[in-house]
Design a protein around this ligand. Structure first.
Ligand SMILES: Cc1cc2nc3c(=O)[nH]c(=O)nc-3n(C[C@H](O)[C@H](O)[C@H](O)COP(=O)(O)O)c2cc1C
Length: 327
């Protein structure tokens, strides 16, 4: 049982699951700086049970890092969810997380993701059947509720605890808010008075100052961070150090950032192959270069070419041009 390790001394700071972003190369990169744990991209329980090869590539089994590996599963059938949890446990997951927060229609129209918050009985059955099927801890990631009229996270949190969930994560928005407005951290502070299991605050935490405020307002045991890490895989480490030592850690120097990007790009090429790797990495080039002088021309160029040596040359020229300007 490795969940307890999360709470040894320090306030846990965890990388959020992000489909299409938090793949193995990204999780390993974030881990290389420091993170309490990472969560995989959501994995469809249906696809996993059907033995889809693409889905297997998303699993933790090949993860080299020693950090706690949380694998997130998504689906609406208690039996499939239990089966996919067993597969993940066998492959080395430390924790199984159940997705009850995804707002996308493609997912909710199948009663999965955030739609489960509307069907409390089914949601409970799923948690119960996953808990019973594995020995490792089970967590649930959810939102405040479906919409402003149906804010039921508190009720569900108590039910999930009763059927054996060992940790909860709340993205402090309703499903209907999608990603709009501001995450309401204080909305979940009541959980502190009703839960025995730990809970994490998630949504709009993009800096060390945000993390301190989110913990204060939500009274959560830890924070989970997603979009703040885009182009800044070192952010979790900065936040962990701030929470521990109350000291701001600077971002890596531009030269070091360049080396990090080159390594990340290479890892993506190795993982997916050259053609898919170039395509997948374009969004990372975009995030890494945001705010740097000349970045829009760099992005336009890099988005239009498929030649690997040309892309590498563009990257080198762009960053060497930046060093003087941003030092
Ligand atoms: C590109 C992207 C993909 C996401 N994929 C998932 C997912 O697979 N599972 C999940 O529970 N949440 C997913 N989320 C939601 C995030 O985990 C997180 O709850 C949300 O982004 C709010 O946190 P943040 O403000 O720190 O990004 C995704 C978010 C983004 C931006």
């Amino acid at each position: 049982m490795r969940l307890g390790e999360l709470f040894k001394g320090n306030i846990p700071v965890v990388l959020a699951p992000m489909a299409g972003v938090a793949d193995l190369p990204f999780r390993e990169l974030v881990c290389s700086f420091g993170a309490s744990a990472t969560v995989s991209e959501m994995i469809s329980s249906e696809a996993l049970v059907r033995d889809s090869r693409k889905t297997y590539r998303m699993l933790a089994c090949s993860e080299r890092s020693n950090l706690i590996k949380i694998i997130q599963i998504m689906g609406a059938d208690p039996k499939n969810m239990a089966e996919s949890a067993i597969i993940n446990e066998t492959l080395g997951a430390d924790v199984i997380d159940i997705n009850m927060g995804c707002p996308v229609r493609k997912i909710t129209s199948n009663n999965s993701g955030a739609a489960l918050m509307k069907d409390e009985n089914l949601a409970m059955k799923i948690v119960e059947s996953v808990v019973k099927s594995v020995k490792i801890p089970v967590s649930v990631k959810m939102r405040l509720g479906w919409d402003a009229e149906h804010v039921n996270f508190l009720n569900l949190a108590k039910k999930f605890e009763n059927v054996g969930a060992q940790m909860l994560v709340i993205h402090c928005r309703t499903r209907n808010q999608m990603y709009c407005g501001k995450a309401n951290w204080s909305a979940i502070s009541e959980l502190r008075d009703v839960l025995k299991i730990p809970y994490f605050c998630n949504g709009d935490i993009k800096s060390s100052d945000d993390a301190i405020r989110a913990i204060g307002e939500s009274r959560a045991d830890g924070v989970m961070i997603g979009r703040g890490t885009l182009g800044k895989p070192w952010l979790l480490k900065q936040i962990m150090e701030f929470l521990r030592f109350k000291k701001y850690t600077p971002a890596p120097s531009p030269e070091d950032q360049y080396k990090i990007i080159v390594q990340h790009f290479q890892n993506v090429l190795d993982f997916y192959g050259e053609s898919a790797g170039i395509h997948i990495f374009r969004k990372h080039f975009c995030w890494y270069s945001t705010g740097l002088p000349g970045s829009s021309i760099f992005r336009k160029t890099i988005n239009e070419v498929d030649d690997l040596s040309f892309i590498k040359k563009c990257l080198e020229d762009f960053y060497s041009g930046c060093f003087g300007a941003i030092l």
